[in-house]
Design a protein. Structure first.
Length: 295
């Protein structure tokens, strides 16, 4: 064991799916002593030649390090893996995708068992791990003190972004961003469907679509945030009345192209509801409050 390795924080990692394995390899490459456990041993044993210590049980893995990283399928998997495991004095960092409510419950659960807790939301796919220029990062929420203590070690695989003491905030940020991503994918899928049966090369069309989305999303997101903060939704340039008036054209085009409107109809319906509920001069950002269920 080299002097460089001795200086690095020991890490325990539970869960070696595609993401867990990518995380493991970056900590090993950076010289962190790493203990791994996986429900199916083969994934853990594959890392042994790279320097990982393979634990036979989750309890054995947890006992090996103060810093324990969990990257499993879901919250129920975390419950099962750590059932009966002594967490006293451990710093538990949960990178499992969960809901904000599950993260808050898991934080209380960990603290009751004598552990400090951080929740994480991974904004990356496995090929981005260990490549800083790829732009991946992890949202962290929970104990600020714990985050600062382990910031350097946590930043080895991907960058870190701390979003608050509320343990549910990492999961909330994660799901919010991914929800926006799926909305954009829906719009892009509809656009490609419109041209699918025409003599239009999708490869040539793609940069037009990508450039348009980038041009609209950046300013649109910033503008939405400012309007939500100020409460001023008036817009003389692109108000709800104008946008709702244009929706028959989009629906007629979809019908003419033989394309289902199912991906755009929900938003068009929301715009119609927003126009009925608000001033015709208001901008589409007013729809955000229409989505929030009161009471």
């Amino acid at each position: 064991m080299t002097a460089n390795t001795i200086e690095k924080t020991p890490v325990t990692l539970l869960g070696l799916g595609a993401m867990g394995t990518a995380l493991a390899r970056t900590w090993l490459a950076a010289g962190h002593p790493l203990t791994v456990w996986n429900r199916t041993p083969a994934s853990a044993e594959a890392l042994a030649p790279e320097g990982a210590k393979v634990a036979d049980t989750a309890a054995e893995a947890v006992a090996a390090s103060t810093l324990v990283i969990v990257c499993l399928l879901d919250d129920a998997s975390v419950e099962t893996a750590l059932d009966g495991v002594d967490l006293t004095g451990k710093d538990l960092v949960n990178l499992t995708t969960t809901t904000p409510a599950q993260a808050r419950t898991r934080a209380a659960w960990a603290e009751e068992r004598g552990a400090r807790y951080l929740d994480g939301g991974i904004m990356a796919v496995p090929p981005m791990v260990g490549i800083p220029e790829a732009g991946g990062y992890v949202f962290y929420s929970g104990s600020r003190e714990l985050f600062e203590l382990h910031r350097e070690s946590l930043a080895v695989p991907v960058n870190t972004t701390y979003v608050g003491e509320d343990a549910g905030f990492a999961a909330l940020h994660d799901v919010a961003l991914l929800s926006a991503m799926y909305g954009m994918f829906a719009g892009a899928s509809h656009a490609f469907a419109l041209i699918r049966e025409e003599d239009i090369d999708p490869v040539a069309f793609a940069p037009l679509l990508g450039d348009w989305i980038r041009a609209m999303v950046g300013p649109g997101v910033d503008g939405t945030a400012r309007r939500l903060a100020s409460g001023d939704h008036d817009d003389t340039d692109s108000n709800l009345a104008m946008q709702v008036a244009g929706t028959p054209t989009f629906l007629a085009t979809a019908e003419g192209q033989g394309v289902s409107p199912e991906l755009v109809l929900p938003y068009f319906e929301l715009m119609r509801r927003g126009l009925e509920a608000n001033s015709a001069g208001q901008e589409a950002t007013s729809l955000v409050d229409l989505l929030v269920r009161k009471g």
